[in-house]
Structures are given as structure tokens and as C-alpha cells.
Design a protein around this ligand. Structure first.
Ligand SMILES: [Zn+2]
Length: 471
């Protein structure tokens, strides 16, 4: 195991060496989706960053326990379920299912647990009671319970937000009008007519949003754990409030390192339903792209850099993937024996070190990918010159495996395999037509392939085909 792994900690505002509480084990909490709609690609970028983080930790030999919550009760869910005449369970189930379909399509490795807020009401109530005993709360006339941030002097340490500007104007939510201080936040909301609610020792009501992440992370990972992640928009108020209520209750440090993924824009603009650029995975796939190209694109920018999603960028991502896939295939066709004076093996070891050290440096994915593509270019040149041979294969394929254990983009997607089977059979038909000197038939087949964006190429190893980036 390397000791070089380091992450940028939002709390300390610097890159710090990663040291888990228990050597060899990582306990990680990742804020999950609110299942009231399909995830948009900005959300998916965050989930892919967390997948990259998880895979790098596993590659470094850690045993990872990751917990991601599903928020399945909040104001929006209650409102939308009511508009449809459904229970919140019925309403959220379809989006929870869609969320897991998206994760699978994008090859996001499953977390160990996906706890749902509605299944952890008791743990949340207990945490609120603990805060009550510690004198950190007050109850308003309607029976709602608020966290009194004046009792937690460290409030604001994560976001370093200027709280003096938060005056009464922040009282936008009418149901929080009774707050003593606009910065205070709801731990428990008293039941309102016709809303989903639970009978508990705190009275009839439902949890505030923030409390679920504190209660569920502590239940599955302990009062202190190693890594907490989310998007930058979670920093304030969500993560600030998680810290306040967790540390006020336990008197211990909550998460040891905080990692946050930056925003994603679409064609240079902030995503918004009103702009019509609110893209879901389904929207992008409908345009004929394969999921692994989307995975690759969203993983190609460092998570702390804003990413601008464009369809042109997606074309380039698909082209880069095609280059990698061609390269992997070419390596499988290396001539037998040893190439005299081959530099390929030492060059491969060097590239692998550069790749690992880039990822160790706060998941510097752009540097890691640059190391891979420089190496592919050099190795392709060696292959062209005949100065690489089968003796180099183990080294090359070893690095490709290391790369793909983290990026997981070399396997074709199911739709791609279906396309391959169809194309391969058309190519075989065309070969048969050519052998029979039926040139008209051979041309017809080539034209049909061209319509699908397939370009044929004659090589010493037979006919190869390439699909242009889009179908
Ligand atoms: Zn959360």
C-alpha cells in the first residue's frame, strides 16, 4: 500500500495525506439523490467522482465501506406525490429504480449500503433527543424542533460563510417563520394536514433534511469516520449543518476529510429546466451515444474543476475511447518473440508510475489520462517500427488492467455488442459476395454499413471496421 495518497480537504483548505482511522479500512459517506426526479448529468458527475475515489482506494488496497443515502421524503416529494395522488413510497420508488439503472449503465460500483430516510426515522428521532438533552435545540409552538446554532461555536468552519449577512430576509420558508435566528435549521418538522408524517416521541411530524445524513452515517459508519463527499452545493448549508448536529451530539470530530465535486455546466450554461438544458442520462443516450463514452467524459476533468459538458466534447471522448480500444486490440496481435532493444517495457513501467502518482495526487484524472495517452502514442510508434513484440505484452496488458480497474471504459456496452454482431455478420456476407465476384452485392452491403456510420478498412489481419463517434 502506498502512503502517497492525498486529498484536498474542504475543511482544512489544503491537500492532506490520507490516513484512515483504522489502517487498511476506509469508511466513507456519500450524500445520495433525492428521488423525486431523474438524476441530471451534473448529479451523475458527482456520483462518478465518488466511483473514481472508491476505485482508487480499492486499487491502493483499502477495504472500503461506502454508505449513500436516498432522500425519499422532503417538501418536493410530498408535493409531487400529492399532485399525482400517490403515496410518497409509490412516488419515489420509480425514481429510486431509475437511479440504480443509471448507476449500472455508467458502471458505478455499488456502495455497501443505500439507506433510505423513511426507514431510519427512529435513529433520527434519537439523535434529535440527544441534541435536546445537550441543550442544542428549541421547540416552537407548533411542535417543530430547531437546532440552535448559537450553541455550536464552530458553526461555519466548513463553508467559512459570512453569517453576518444572513438577516431576517433569509426567512423565506413560511413554515420556518418561528425560528429564533434565521441561521437555525429544522431538525424535526411538525406534521401538517395531509402530509406524510410519523408518530414519534417528538410528536407527529417528519425529519428535516439534514438530520438524515448525520443519523444514517453514524449508524453505519460510527460517530467518526474517514471520508464524507458530495457536490459543492452541499457544503452550505447541508454539510455545515451535518457537522453542527453530529459534533454537538457526540463531542467528537464527525468526518475526517471532506471532498466536494464542482459544478457541471451544459454548453457553457448553468443547467436549468427553464433553459431546456437539464440533461438526464436518458436524454444523452437517446442521441446515440454509448454510456461508457459519457462515463469517460465525466471522469476526464478533475473533480475540483468546473466541467462544461458539450456534445462536441462527448464526440471527442468517444474518439479517445476508440483509440484506446484499437490500441488494446493491437497489443493482442503483437508478433511472437522479442523485439531487440525494445524500450516498451521500461516505458510502460514509467507510464504506470506517472498514472498512479497522478491519481494519488487528489485524483488528478487529467494528468493520469495524459500519462496513458502519451504512452499509447509511444507504444503505437514502437509497434509501427516493429520494436515491440509479444515479450512486452504482459507489461502492456498489466498497465491496461490497472487503468481499467479505475476507469472501467474498455469493455463495450451491451448496445455496442449488439451492433458489433450485426456489423460482423454484414462484413462476412460482403466477404462472401466478393469471393463470389458479386461486386454489386458487396457494394450494397458496404453502403448499408456506411449508413450506420461504419467505415471498413482492409488490414493484414482481415477487414476491420470503425464506427464514427455517433450513430
Ligand atoms: Zn447528505
Amino acid at each position: 500500500m502506498t502512503v502517497a495518497l492525498a486529498f484536498y480537504d474542504t475543511l482544512r483548505r489544503e491537500i492532506v495525506p490520507f490516513e484512515p482511522l483504522v489502517p487498511g479500512e476506509v469508511r466513507m459517506y456519500t450524500c445520495g439523490p433525492t428521488v423525486h426526479d431523474f438524476a441530471h448529468i451534473g448529479n451523475l458527475r458527482t456520483f462518478l467522482f465518488e466511483d473514481l475515489l472508491r476505485r482508487v482506494l480499492v486499487a491502493r488496497g483499502y477495504r472500503v465501506t461506502q454508505v449513500m443515502n436516498l432522500t425519499d421524503v422532503d417538501d418536493k416529494i410530498i408535493e409531487k406525490a400529492r399532485a399525482r395522488g400517490e403515496s410518497i413510497g409509490e412516488y419515489t420508488e420509480r425514481y429510486a429504480r431509475a437511479f440504480f439503472e443509471d448507476l449500472d449503465a455508467l458502471r458505478v460500483q455499488r456502495a455497501e449500503r443505500y439507506p433510505r430516510a423513511t426507514e431510519h426515522i427512529e435513529a433520527m428521532v434519537e439523535l434529535v433527543q440527544r441534541l435536546q438533552r445537550g441543550g442544542h435545540t428549541y421547540t416552537t409552538e407548533d411542535g417543530s424542533v430547531y437546532f440552535r446554532i448559537a450553541t455550536f461555536p464552530d458553526y461555519g468552519k466548513l463553508s467559512r460563510i459570512d453569517l453576518s449577512g444572513m438577516q431576517d430576509g433569509a426567512r423565506v420558508e413560511s413554515d420556518e417563520y418561528e425560528k429564533e435566528d434565521p441561521k437555525d435549521f429544522a431538525l424535526w418538522k411538525a406534521a401538517k394536514e395531509g402530509e406524510a408524517s410519523w408518530d414519534t416521541p417528538l410528536g407527529r411530524g417528519r425529519p428535516g433534511w439534514h438530520i438524515e445524513c448525520s443519523a444514517m452515517s453514524m449508524e453505519y459508519l460510527g460517530e467518526s469516520f474517514d471520508i464524507h463527499t458530495g457536490g459543492v452545493d452541499n457544503i452550505f448549508p447541508h454539510h455545515e449543518n451535518e457537522i453542527a448536529q453530529s459534533e454537538a451530539a457526540t463531542g467528537r470530530a464527525f468526518a475526517r476529510v471532506w471532498l466536494h465535486a464542482e459544478h457541471l455546466t451544459v454548453e457553457g450554461q448553468k443547467m436549468a429546466k427553464s433553459l431546456g438544458n437539464f440533461l438526464t442520462l436518458r436524454d444523452v443516450l437517446e442521441r446515440g451515444y454509448f454510456p461508457r463514452a459519457i462515463r469517460y467524459l465525466l471522469l476526464s476533468t478533475h473533480y475540483r474543476t468546473q466541467q462544461n459538458f458539450t456534445f462536441e466534447g462527448l464526440e471527442q471522448a468517444a474518439a479517445s475511447l476508440a483509440r484506446l480500444t484499437d490500441f488494446a486490440r493491437r497489443v493482442g496481435e503483437l508478433p511472437a518473440g522479442e523485439a531487440p532493444g525494445s524500450e516498451v517495457a521500461p516505458r510502460t513501467r514509467e507510464a504506470r508510475r506517472a498514472f498512479d502518482s497522478a491519481l494519488d495526487d487528489d485524483l488528478n484524472t487529467s494528468r493520469a489520462l495524459a500519462a496513458v495517452f502519451d504512452w499509447v502514442r509511444d507504444t503505437n510508434r514502437a509497434l509501427d517500427e516493429g520494436s515491440a513484440a509479444a515479450a512486452d505484452r504482459a507489461e502492456i496488458e498489466g498497465f491496461l488492467q490497472v487503468f481499467d480497474a479505475v476507469y472501467d471504459v474498455l469493455r463495450p456496452d451491451p448496445d455496442e455488442r449488439a451492433l458489433s454482431a450485426e456489423v460482423e455478420s454484414l462484413i462476412a456476407e460482403r466477404e462472401a459476395a466478393r469471393a463470389a465476384r458479386d461486386w454489386a452485392r458487396a457494394d450494397t452491403i458496404r453502403d448499408r454499413l456506411a449508413e450506420k456510420g461504419i467505415v471498413l478498412e482492409d488490414t493484414p489481419h482481415g477487414v476491420r471496421w470503425k464506427r464514427l463517434a455517433r450513430t
